[in-house]
Design a protein around this ligand. Structure first.
Ligand SMILES: Cc1ncc(C[n+]2csc(CCOP(=O)(O)OP(=O)(O)O)c2C)c(N)n1
Length: 561
C-alpha cells in the first residue's frame, strides 16, 4: 500500500528545486511553458533565482557561460516539444566542450503519452547521443536519485552536459522528503579527480628529461581542472614553452616568457606553427588534438615529435597521434605528479621570443592602420588597451574568434576568454557573455560577434536590458557571412555565391531595445567610443563597420585555406 501523503511532504516540482539546491545551484536560466507550470510554482517559492530568457537556446548558452567562469554546474530549463528542440544546441556545445550544463525540459504527462498530445516528443532519444547522461523521469519518487546521477555524471571524469525530462504529472507526484539529499561537491567541477598511473608519470618524466625541445599544448582541460599553477610551475622548472588551443586560453598568463599563444587553423599564425614544428616532444594537456588545433593533424606532423598525452578521458590519448606515454587522469593531479617527478632543465626560450616578436610586429602594423573599413586587428588592439586584465571576453565564430584568439592576450591565468569551439555555432557569444556576467558580476564582460551572429541572438538584448546587465556587445559589421566568403575566395576562385546580406545599423537596433548603441566607421574614433561604451553601467553595443575577411591578407589566408 502507498504511504500516507503526510510523509511524502514534497511535490515532484518542489523536490526538483530542492535537489538543485542540494547541489549548490543558485540560478536557473530558462523560458516558461504549459508543461512547466508546477515547476515554476515551486521555483517561485524557492530561494533560487531565475533568469527568464527569450529563447531556450540562449538559456543553455547562458548556463554554459555561467559554468565556464564559476566552475559550477550551469542549469537551464524549458518546456516540452519546441522547448526541448530549442534548448538542444546549447547542451550539444556544452557537452562537446566538456562544460557541465544540466538541461531540464518539462514534458507532457506520463498518462498522456502515445495519444497525439500536443508537444509530445521522445526526449530520451533526442538527447541521448548529444549529452553525457540523460533520463526522462516516469515517477516522482525517482527524482532525487535521477538528479544525483546527473550531477555525478556531469562533473566527474570528462565533464559534460546532462538532460532530464520532467513530465507534468511527475512534477505533481509525491516525493519523500528524507530522500531529497545531494552531495554538494558534485555541483562543481571537476569532482572526484583521479591521478594517472605513477609508472606512466615516471616514464613521462624521463622522456621530458631527454627532450631537446619539449612543448606543452594545452586544451580546455587545464582551465576546467584549475591546473594553471601546476602548469606554470612545471613550465618554469623545465623552462619549456606552453602553447594553447582556443579553449586553452587562460591556461597560462600570455604575457609570460613561456607562453607561445594559440596554435592551429583558427588563430594560430605561421610563427606559432614554427614553434610546434620545432618540438621534439609534445605534451598535450586536456586537449583532444583535434582538426583545428593540429591543422588537420599536420602540426605536429605525425612521427615528428614524441607524444605525452594527459587527459581525464581515457578515450582521448592515442585517438589522433601515436602516443608514447598516455597519462589518464585529472590535469591538475597529473601535472602536479609530473612536477614532482621531473628534474629542472636549462631550456632556451629565445626561439619562442623571436617568433612572438615577429607575430606581434605583423599584427601591430595592421592594428595601427587608419584605413577604412576598420581592420579587425585594430578592434583587438584598442579593446586590449582598454579592458582590465580580469575582464572576460567571449568571441563568436567568423572574424572574432580567430582574431581575438590570435592577438588578444589573456593577462593572468584562469578563464578570461572563451569561444564555442565544439560546434562554432553563430550567435553564442551574446548569451554566453550574459551567463558569464551573472557568474562573475564584479568584472567587465564583453561579447564580440559578427553581424551574422547578431542576427541569431538579437532577442536577448531585451534580457540584458531587463536585468540591467553592464555587458558590452561588439558587432563586427560587414554585411556578409565573411568567413564563408573568404573560403569561396581561397578555394573556389572567388565565385561568390549567397553569402552577402544587407547592411543593418546595429546601434539603432540596440537603442530600440533600450541598449546604449554606438556606431563606428572611423578608426581614430574607435578607442574613445569603446571606452565610453565599456564604462556605461547598463548594457551597451558598439557596431563597428569592419573590413570583411575576404578583403584581408595575412593571416586570414592561412586560417581559411
Ligand atoms: C549556426 C551556424 N550556421 C552556419 C555556420 C557556418 N559559418 C561559419 S562562419 C560563418 C560566417 C559568419 O558570419 P558573421 O557572423 O557575419 O561573421 P564574419 O565571418 O562576417 O566576420 C558561417 C555562416 C555556423 N558556424 N553556425
Amino acid at each position: 500500500m502507498n504511504k500516507p501523503l503526510e510523509i511524502a511532504a514534497l511535490s515532484g516540482a518542489e523536490a526538483t528545486v530542492e535537489m538543485l539546491r542540494a547541489h549548490g545551484v543558485e540560478v536557473v536560466f530558462g523560458l516558461c511553458g504549459d508543461t512547466s507550470l508546477p515547476l515554476y510554482d515551486a521555483l517561485q517559492r524557492s530561494s533560487l533565482s531565475h533568469v527568464l530568457t527569450r529563447d531556450e537556446r540562449h538559456a543553455a548558452y547562458m548556463a554554459d557561460g555561467y559554468a565556464r567562469v564559476t566552475g559550477k554546474v550551469g542549469v537551464c530549463e524549458g518546456p516540452s516539444g519546441g522547448g526541448a528542440t530549442y534548448i538542444l544546441p546549447g547542451l550539444v556545445e556544452a557537452n562537446e566542450s566538456s562544460v557541465p550544463v544540466l538541461g531540464i525540459n518539462t514534458d507532457i504527462s506520463v498518462s498522456s503519452r502515445n495519444r497525439f498530445t500536443l508537444t509530445e516528443l521522445d526526449q530520451k532519444s533526442l538527447f541521448k547521443p548529444l549529452t553525457k547522461w540523460n533520463a526522462v523521469i516516469d515517477r516522482a519518487a525517482d527524482i532525487p536519485r535521477t538528479f544525483r546521477q546527473a550531477f555525478e555524471a556531469m562533473t566527474s571524469g570528462r565533464p559534460g552536459a546532462a538532460h532530464i525530462g520532467l513530465p507534468f504529472d511527475v512534477q505533481n507526484g509525491p516525493v519523500e522528503r528524507a530522500d531529497v539529499w545531494g552531495d554538494p561537491s558534485l555541483g562543481a567541477f571537476p569532482s572526484r579527480r583521479t591521478s594517472p598511473d605513477p609508472e606512466a608519470v615516471a616514464l613521462a618524466a624521463r622522456m621530458l628529461r631527454k627532450a631537446k625541445n619539449p612543448l606543452f599544448i594545452c586544451g580546455g582541460g587545464v582551465v576546467l581542472s584549475g591546473a594553471e599553477a601546476e602548469l606554470c610551475a612545471l613550465a618554469e622548472k623545465l623552462n619549456a614553452p606552453v602553447a594553447t588551443t582556443i579553449s586553452g586560453k587562460g591556461s597560462i598568463d600570455e604575457r609570460c616568457a613561456h607562453s607561445v599563444g594559440v596554435v592551429g587553423s583558427n588563430g594560430g599564425t605561421p610563427q606559432t606553427r614554427a614553434v610546434v614544428d620545432a618540438a621534439d616532444l609534445v605534451v598535450f594537456v586536456g586537449c583532444r588534438a583535434g582538426s583545428v588545433t593540429t591543422e588537420r593533424w599536420r602540426h605536429p606532423a605525425p612521427g615528428a615529435a614524441r607524444i605525452i598525452h594527459i587527459d581525464a578521458d581515457p578515450q582521448v590519448p592515442g585517438r589522433n597521434y601515436q602516443v608514447d606515454v598516455p597519462l589518464v587522469g585529472d590535469a591538475k593531479l597529473a601535472l602536479a605528479a609530473l612536477l614532482e617527478a621531473v628534474t629542472a632543465r636549462e631550456g632556451d626560450l629565445t626561439p619562442v621570443d623571436v617568433q612572438k616578436r615577429e607575430k606581434f610586429a605583423a599584427f601591430e602594423a595592421l592594428a595601427k592602420s587608419d584605413e577604412t573599413p576598420i581592420k579587425p586587428e585594430r578592434v583587438v588592439f584598442e579593446l586590449q588597451r582598454i579592458l582590465d586584465p580580469d575582464a572576460i571576453v567571449v568571441a563568436d565564430p567568423g572574424t572574432p574568434c580567430p582574431y581575438f584568439s590570435a592577438y588578444y592576450q589573456v593577462k593572468g591565468a584562469g578563464r578570461r576568454y572563451f569561444s564555442n569551439r565544439a560546434h562554432g555555432a553563430l550567435g553564442y557569444a551574446m548569451a554566453a557573455a550574459m551567463g558569464a556576467h551573472i557568474g562573475r558580476p564584479a568584472v567587465k564582460t564583453v561579447a564580440v560577434m559578427g553581424d551574422g551572429s547578431f542576427g541569431m541572438c538579437v532577442g536577448e538584448l531585451e534580457t540584458a536590458v531587463r536585468l540591467k546587465m553592464p555587458v558590452t556587445f561588439i558587432v563586427i559589421s560587414n554585411a556578409v557571412y565573411g568567413w564563408i566568403k573568404a573560403g569561396q575566395k581561397a578555394g573556389y576562385g572567388a565565385r561568390y555565391f549567397s553569402v552577402d546580406f544587407g547592411v543593418t545599423d546595429h546601434a539603432r537596433v540596440a537603442e530600440a531595445f533600450g541598449v546604449r548603441g554606438f556606431r563606428v566607421t572611423d578608426p581614430s574614433q574607435l578607442k574613445s567610443v569603446l571606452k565610453k561604451a565599456i564604462e556605461i553601467q547598463g548594457p551597451s553595443l558598439v557596431d563597428i563597420v569592419c573590413q570583411p575577411l575576404h578583403e584581408a591578407k595575412a593571416p586570414v589566408s592561412e586560417w581559411i585555406a
